[in-house]
Design a binder for this molecule. Structure first.
Ligand SMILES: [Zn+2]
Length: 441
């Protein structure tokens, strides 16, 4: 890109501003409809570019034909965006030094610099008008907004700035003034930035898959928050008109080789894309974040000043002292109430509960770290049989408060954060964010 711009600038230096003109032209599609193409990312270059539609390809032809029709007019640089076109037009001077074309004035001239005769109309408005007409004729209907925007490029600095603006246009599409936002919306990337502030990606466990996992076209003003991206949750998002689901568990975890109806992940991804619903996942990065899930769980468990428990995976728990020691079965009943669970499972090591460690979700694997931190009690979910046996032999109280119950607290927590950091958004918890099973007593 840099080399190309430098070449252009060498040519620009030879250009006599009193004798010819450079113009920055912008032409828009009627009502901002994105019919010329869509933004895609080049597989080899990793750079955003505009994948042209058939209409976009016709526009490309019409631009590339300009110089063939008007010998004195060349297109130095252009970009076809989803709903507008930018270009730099260079108009040669006449032999007698008069400028061959001026915007809108419609003057005819007799010759261009090299003495060739030109019969064609030379006003920029005519060149653009004919180009627009050609495209509309090929499409069979009129696609353009009336008139166009123009800017006379007066010097090299101006030319450089505009050249670069055109070059970077596809990468900056969602910041573009022609980008049509839905009412009062954020872009999906703005929302992702907010999510990354709440749960910084550097807190993430290395094997995890977090962030924007399914994209969408257009902005976002309604968010549905759920623990899992199930078909019921996707259906609810569709009903509510929510353009994005923010979940704790990643909708895609294992690398996909295909997206089909043959498995649950394929069905979910199909449903999301079909309904243009995006999906952002905040998983172990939200577990570990300051004021994240484990901090919240620690407060609910009555830990006064929770400290971070780190293990080799970077998956963090929290630990600390209760205000006063408690008896295990009584304490476990309190945890059940605090988390709204139907039941908890507990191993009573015969010690009072005082120094407690929490690990949201399925954190049985960090039991030894809780013991190492000197805790007498560990609270998590999804505790395996062998972890209960381990707790018994190591003499530590263990409470299994449920995978769902220890993590579903993220919904309320996140909605609270979003209401402060992104007040334009309407975020609600999915009614279908439910345990995927029933308990039978
Ligand atoms: Zn989990």
């Amino acid at each position: 890109m840099q080399n190309e711009l430098t070449r252009k600038n060498i040519r620009l230096k030879e250009y006599d501003y009193s004798r010819a003109g450079y113009y920055f032209i912008t032409i828009c599609v009627k009502d901002g409809h994105e019919m010329l193409g869509s933004i895609a990312v080049g597989a080899a270059t990793c750079r955003p570019y505009v994948k042209l539609s058939d209409i976009g390809k016709t526009v490309k032809d019409s631009i590339e034909n300009i110089h063939g029709i008007y010998l004195h007019v060349s297109v130095d640089k252009y970009v076809i965006m989803p709903n507008h076109v930018h270009m730099i037009l260079r108009v040669a001077a006449t032999g007698d030094g008069r400028q061959i074309a001026a915007i809108g004035d419609g003057r005819q001239v007799a010759a261009i610099g090299d003495g060739r005769q030109v019969a064609a109309p030379t006003a920029i408005s005519t060149v653009i008008g004919n180009m627009k007409r050609y495209v509309s004729m090929q499409c069979g209907f009129s696609i353009w907004q009336k008139s166009f925007h123009d800017h006379i490029i007066r010097n090299e600095a101006d030319y450089r700035r505009i050249w670069r603006y055109i070059d970077e246009n596809p990468a900056r599409w969602t910041e573009d003034k022609y980008y049509v936002r839905e009412n009062n919306t954020m872009t999906i990337n703005e929302l992702l930035t907010v999510c990354n502030e709440i749960a910084p990606p550097d807190c993430v466990w290395s094997g995890d898959n977090v962030g924007l996992l399914v994209d969408r076209e257009g902005g976002v003003d309604r968010v549905l928050v759920a623990l899992d991206v199930t078909l019921a949750v996707i259906g609810e998002a569709k009903e509510l008109g929510a353009q994005v689901i923010i979940s704790h568990h990643p909708v895609i975890f294992e690398p996909l080789k295909s997206v089909t109806y043959a498995n649950a992940t394929g069905r979910r991804v199909m449903a999301l894309i079909k309904n243009n619903i995006a999906c952002i996942c905040m998983h172990t990065n939200y577990d570990g974040a300051q004021n994240g899930i484990n901090d919240r769980l620690a407060r609910l468990a009555g830990i006064v000043n929770p400290e971070i428990l780190v293990n080799q995976d970077g998956k963090y728990g929290r630990f600390g002292l209760l205000e006063a020691p408690a008896e295990l079965m009584e304490y476990a009943a309190g945890i059940k109430l605090a988390l709204g669970g139907a039941a908890v499972r507990a191993h009573d090591a015969g010690r009072p509960v005082h120094k407690v460690c929490v690990g949201s979700g399925s954190s049985g694997g960090i039991l030894s770290h809780a013991i190492g931190a000197g805790c007498d009690t560990f609270i998590t979910g999804d505790v395996r049989h062998d972890v209960f046996c381990e707790a018994r032999d190591m003499g530590i109280n263990l409470i299994d408060a449920g995978h769902f119950a220890t993590e579903d607290i993220m919904c309320e927590l996140l909605i609270g954060e979003l209401s402060v950091r992104a007040p334009r958004l309407k975020a609600v918890k999915a009614l279908n964010s439910l345990k995927p099973y029933s308990e039978v007593f």
